[in-house]
Ligand binder design. Sequence first.
Ligand SMILES: Nc1ncnc2c1ncn2[C@@H]1O[C@H](COP(=O)(O)OP(=O)(O)OP(=O)(O)O)[C@@H](O)[C@H]1O
Ligand SMILES: [Mg+2]
Length: 221
Amino acid sequence: MFLYIEDIWFKYDKDFVLKGIDFQIKKGETVAIVGESGSGKSTILRIIAGFERPQKGIIRLENRILTSKQHFVFPEKRNIGFVFQDYALFPHMTVKQNIEFAKKNKTKEMLQLVNLKGYENRYPHELSGGQQQRVALARTLATNPKLLLLDEPFSNLDENLKDRIRMELKKILNKAGITTILVTHDKNDAITLSDEIIIIEKGKIKYIGKTEEVYDQNYVN
Ligand SMILES: Nc1ncnc2c1ncn2[C@@H]1O[C@H](COP(=O)(O)OP(=O)(O)OP(=O)(O)O)[C@@H](O)[C@H]1O
Ligand SMILES: [Mg+2]
């Protein structure tokens, strides 16, 4: 398995918010994590990215242990790309400068990938929410991450734009062939984008399965 997560237990203060999380992802697959607010979705991503260290558990990415009792690789050494819901572009930098900040000489290629050719010199405030989101994605992909973590990437978009961006993201991920974990509240995001779905409830995994099976069996509605 490409990404291997074993028995993760984590608490911020006195109560555990993750209680024995186990799952694995194959290379190139997209997994959606769904669940109610406060169930622990963002915390899982933060632990995989290395922003938090769990009290117990193992994370291995392509034969390299990132987190365990004995090991802890710092976030910047993990080769993991992260896009947060507020996309956080630097407002005083152009699209090109934003991307070059992450990686030099890849702006053209990345803008082509996310369908924003010719937008190099725009500032973030001159772009729509969806375009900003794609720039954030381009910036992350420019670093050539082994694993991409997306936390509610469409939360700031209206329904029409969401449908379009979702389809575009699907194409981008397919083209890039990148292993992805997507956290979302939205059933349509999960159905359109993921190969597998993980349903999390109060810090535990309630169900893992192929996307079409999960919805066929009405585990989620
Ligand atoms: N920095 C923090 N300090 C203390 N508790 C926290 C912190 N961040 C999150 N929590 C708590 O941990 C639990 C899981 O939070 P998390 O952010 O992972 O949920 P989530 O599933 O991403 O929710 P949402 O869908 O609202 O984003 C919640 O009970 C939350 O209150
Ligand atoms: Mg969250």
